[in-house]
Design a protein around this ligand. Structure first.
Ligand SMILES: [Zn+2]
Length: 477
């Protein structure tokens, strides 16, 4: 008797009905949110069905507002937006084109861009976003703001995991915020289009996915230390189950092989769905993302910024290394002398960390407002934390299943020809050290960097030591 092979990522992602059944019957069913993505089309040539998909969800006889940036995107049969517009026109669906961003296709999901897009899409029967992450984020926000007008996303690169969820990364007063918006009704991922996208975009999606090897451990840790009880084994499993297969195809991503690209697209979709049903980014965003946010805050206008996923990929190696360090120190008794610094001690540290970035002090103020919540919870849990070392061995064996070695991540990045070192991405040495040392001071989210800090091993000397070890792997700076 032979057993059927387990379903592949593309098979799982295409069958959302089966996924809904699993979601409804999992242990955390009562706390997870419904999967709001209506349908996924994934594979070679699925873009041919765009008119049918749009007609299916269209509200009344409103026209189609096609949101895209100025970038030309290649497919087997012509430029993607032109092809989509022609297909809709041939099916009798009127289209208005809504361009976001400038003539160089530089687009930011800021307040002005959103306001303009909402106005330009007003009265449409469907919003159709064609593009990469930021364009889809704008589309999700427009759909939410226009009274839940149906939204179809045509994904043109496997660049991030944020297509298949109800959250948008929006720029608010110059700072990126993950903001609740709306699930798209349909997501269309044509591998003929994705294989023709610039390879660095697909490599960035691969980098973003590597966070699923570190972030879930941070989320579980937050639960262990009494910071956040929202951990969901189901969401983690969904985000993680197919990433190993993507790593096995890493070289194929570099070569734009359809099978590798389909696995990548599907795994990113499942990771997005995991974040959507969890109602938070925690299944795919931990320490590597907080440090990446600090790097983004330090980016200068007018200087081309590295891709989000490229930074996350390189930083996930460092997060995995810090996890390894924390586990070693914990095994040697490092949890018996946890620190409980006072607000009076930490407030000036948090403010000073962001003073150079924003001399007005507003960023420091906002970070302190968030950080003090985390600090307060840390103090509130003091009695249990003083015996954390007793519960650690059981937790440590759980970590075996959540983490992988830094070497494995370096090997994967190399196979995909993705950047391994931050300086390859143009990040300055001093900026990288600052972001690593202060990432945990920005938010109330608890990560391995917080535990390391309270263990007394995450200060500038700790950062230096980690970077020396990273250099031995060809990673870090
Ligand atoms: Zn990300």
């Amino acid at each position: 008797m032979s057993l059927a092979p387990p379903p592949s990522a593309p098979d799982v992602a295409r069958d959302l009905a089966a996924l809904r059944v699993r979601l409804a019957s999992c242990d955390e069913a009562a706390t997870l949110r419904p999967l709001g993505l209506g349908g996924l089309l994934l594979g070679a040539g699925v873009l041919d069905r765009i008119a049918e998909v749009v007609a299916e969800v269209r509200r009344g006889d409103g026209d189609v507002a096609l949101i895209a940036d100025a970038r030309a995107m290649d497919s087997t049969r012509g430029e993607v937006k032109t092809r989509v517009t022609a297909a809709l026109a041939a099916a009798g669906l009127p289209v208005r084109r809504v361009r976001v961003g400038d003539e160089n296709a530089d687009v930011h999901a800021d307040a002005l861009t959103l306001r303009r897009a909402v106005k330009a899409c007003s009265g449409a029967g469907v919003v159709l976003s064609v593009g990469s992450g930021t364009v889809a984020d704008v589309g999700k926000a427009v759909s939410a703001q226009l009274g839940r007008v149906p939204h179809v996303v045509v994904q043109t690169a496997a660049s991030v995991n944020g297509f298949a969820d109800d959250q948008s990364v929006l720029l608010v007063n110059g700072v990126k915020h993950t903001t609740p918006t709306r699930w798209p009704e349909r997501l269309v991922i044509d591998s003929d289009v994705i294989t023709r996208a610039p390879v660095e975009l697909n490599r960035a999606g691969f980098g973003d996915l590597l966070a699923t090897y570190t972030a879930p451990a941070d989320w579980r840790l937050a639960q262990l230390v009494g910071q956040d009880d929202s951990y969901s084994a189901f969401a983690v499993e969904l985000a993680r189950a197919h990433v190993d297969a993507v790593l096995e195809h890493a070289d194929g991503i570099h070569r734009a092989e359809p099978e590798a690209i389909e696995h990548l697209g599907a795994a990113l979709t499942l990771s997005g769905i995991a974040m959507g049903v969890a109602g938070r980014t925690a299944p795919g965003s931990g320490m590597e993302h907080t440090v990446s946010h600090l790097l983004e805050m330090a980016e200068r206008p007018g200087v081309p910024a590295p891709l989000h996923g490229a930074k996350v990929g390189a930083l996930s190696v460092l997060a995995a290394m810090l996890w390894a360090r924390v586990r070693t120190v914990a095994r040697c008794g490092g949890l018996r002398m946890l620190r409980f610094p006072s607000e009076r001690e930490l407030e000036p540290q948090v403010r000073a960390a962001f003073a150079q970035l924003d001399p007005s002090g507003r960023v420091g103020e906002a970070c302190w407002a968030d950080y003090r919540i985390k600090l307060e919870r840390w103090h509130d849990a003091r009695a249990e934390l003083e015996t954390l070392w007793e519960r650690w061995p059981a937790f440590d064996s759980e970590l075996e299943r959540l983490l992988v070695s830094p070497e494995r991540l370096v090997e994967a990045l190399r196979a995909a020809r993705a950047p391994v070192r931050l300086t390859q991405l143009g990040v300055r040495d001093s900026t990288a050290r600052w972001a690593l040392a202060h990432g945990h001071l920005m938010r109330d989210r608890f990560s391995v960097a917080d535990l390391a800090f309270f263990m007394g091993i995450w200060d500038s000397a700790g950062v230096d030591a980690l970077l020396v070890a990273a250099a031995r792997l060809g990673a870090g700076l």
